[in-house]
Design a protein around this ligand. Structure first.
Ligand code: AMP
Ligand code: MG
Length: 534
């Protein structure tokens, strides 16, 4: 008898789809299968250092169960419960614009699909639980710093209202892992960790690209049918026989959910950092938190990922365009399923207009406008973004401050501007008279625009504060939690999780989590720059 006996698993993916016939856990090219069965590697001294109580509840896991040794073993990879069927998914992907062939879950192991009380089947996946057939020359492990970042931020994103995979737990393994953090020839041992991630499914664009690229059309069809039946049931035809139109409709939904996800990223200032097609969820969830970051001073050209320093492919302002490019790769992969590629082309073509519409709606909300008026508001937005980029302006604090600006007639320019001052990093040096003049002129237009809607200041603030977060997972906050955790104090992780659980509401006593990035973090590794090493 195990205390976890009440958990019911219903492993559709591994039960229904073709598996790798080779069962040896060694790196190889896998053919004709969508996954390989593999068990996590046991760890020497696992301990859970943080967990999400909300996820426990969502999954129907009790406090008593979560406190048990079995739970610790399950979420660190030491125990594969009866009923679980652990496996690594096979997928490919375009990395930084180039086709990379087979990638697959090199250090993620799906435990199985848990039947939850109210949220259907949820896949539990361990990240950093040891090598799989897809590990290539790497170790299948993950270190504490990147695991803290993934654990907190996937939960924080959920509370920001951004579609995302979630995290149940963060465990130390008790083992050490060698990493060359900056790829500069200075490897060091770091604490190993495992995050238990949760999502309805971890199927990616690359899951379709790989079989398609190898002309494994039966496999591609099987995966598409499974995905549609399980996750897009409204599209599943009554006669159970999907046709070209079914696949095109499925693609159209992926186009829209991807656009929605990226619009949310733009709203909160999130830069994913590695939008390779293997890191694009077919469900439009933010997935694979690596060298991501938050815009602090608004710089549309910023990318947190040092590996992307030169091309800046994944910079903030390029995320919508990369979404389009990635969707084009997915369309290419699905071509064998439709009668005419034009059916997919139409879906892809719809992206631009759909994204723009969503972006306008999103920006109207950020600015507290009743609706977007293209003729007036496009230019208002472009001029605002130019002003924000002209001096280092904290994006998050700016929008919160703007909600406090009075749009009433007759307010002095200084009084009107006062709520925005806090957002400037270097007001004495950068907020020149000329720039200040630019802001005053913009605010004249903005205030007139809001008045034309007839929205009262209080009502506008309420609406704006509901869409412009106050607390975001600034890199330096994550880094402080990582530093403390590395020294054995894990309490800062749970504290951050709590604050980020309510990002739109001022929390008395928590002001320090809403502050601008301090000066020391400007150039510190982990705060302003991150590599893919994790
Ligand atoms: P990522 O950029 O983290 O999405 O990873 C790209 C590919 O490399 C995926 O196939 C990962 O599974 C694999 N990978 C990344 N880190 C490791 C590692 N430490 N061990 C094995 N595979 C890894
Ligand atoms: Mg990945």
């Amino acid at each position: 008898m195990s205390v976890l006996d009440s958990l019911v698993f219903d492993n559709r993916f591994s039960e229904e789809l073709p598996s790798d016939s080779v069962t040896v856990n060694a790196p190889r090219q896998v053919r004709g299968a969508l996954f390989s069965r593999v068990e996590p590697t046991p760890t020497s001294a696992p301990s859970v250092i943080a967990r999400s109580d909300e996820m426990l509840e969502l999954l129907g896991i009790t406090e008593e169960q979560a406190n048990s040794a079995e739970f610790v073993d399950m979420v660190s990879g030491n125990l594969v419960l009866p009923g679980l069927d652990s496996f690594a998914m096979r997928y490919g992907g375009h990395q930084f614009g180039n086709w990379a062939g087979q990638l697959g879950d090199g250090r993620a192991i799906n435990l199985g699909e848990l039947s939850t009380p109210d949220h259907g089947r949820q896949t539990l996946q361990l990240k950093g639980a040891g090598p799989t057939p897809y590990s290539r020359s790497a170790d299948g492990l993950a270190v504490l710093r990147s695991s803290v970042r993934e654990f907190i931020t996937s939960e924080a994103m959920f509370h920001l209202g951004v579609p995302t995979t979630r995290a149940l737990s963060l465990a130390l393994t008790g083992d050490e892992v060698m990493r060359d953090m900056l790829y500069d020839g200075n490897p060091a041992l770091e604490p190993g960790a495992v995050v238990c991630r949760v999502a309805p499914s971890f199927i990616r664009f690359g899951s379709f690209e790989l079989p398609s690229s190898l002309n494994e059309i039966d496999l591609l069809t099987t995966l598409a049918d499974f995905t549609i039946r399980e996750y897009f049931p409204d599209l599943w035809p009554d006669d159970g026989r999907p046709n070209g139109q079914t696949y095109a409709d499925f693609y159209g939904q992926v186009v829209r959910s991807t656009a929605d996800m990226i619009n949310h990223w733009q709203r909160v200032g999130f830069v994913h950092g590695v939008m390779n097609t293997d890191n694009m969820s077919i469900l439009g969830l933010t997935i694979d938190y690596g060298p991501y970051g938050w815009l602090e001073d608004y710089d549309p050209d910023w990318t947190p990922n040092t590996t992307d320093r030169h091309g800046k492919r994944y910079r903030f302002a390029n995320q919508a365009g990369v979404g389009h490019w990635n969707l084009m790769q997915l369309a290419n992969a699905l071509v064998p399923l439709v009668d005419d590629p034009k059916m997919l082309q139409d879906g892809l073509d719809g992206y631009v207009a759909y994204f723009r519409e969503g972006h306008q709606e999103m920006f109207a909300a950020k600015l507290g406008l009743a609706a977007w008026d293209v003729d007036r508001d496009d230019q208002l937005m472009l001029d605002l973004l130019d002003l924000m980029a002209a001096a280092e302006t904290d994006m998050t604090l700016f929008y919160r401050g703007l909600a406090n600006v009075s749009t009433d007639d007759g307010v002095s320019a200084d009084d009107r501007f006062a709520p925005l001052l806090e957002a400037f990093y270097l007001p004495d040096e950068q907020l020149t008279d000329e720039l200040r003049g630019g802001w005053d002129a913009w605010l004249d237009r903005y205030c007139a625009r809001v008045r034309s809607d007839g929205t009262a200041n209080g009502k506008r603030k309420e609406a704006m504060d509901a869409t412009n977060p106050l607390y975001v997972m600034r890199n330096y906050l994550a880094q402080l939690a990582i530093d403390a955790s590395t020294e054995g104090d894990h309490s800062k992780i749970s504290e951050l999780l709590d604050v980020m659980g309510n990002p739109y509401t001022e929390q008395p006593g928590m002001e320090r989590f809403a502050e601008k990035r301090p000066d020391w973090a400007r150039t510190r590794v982990g705060c302003s720059m991150l590599s893919c090493s994790s």
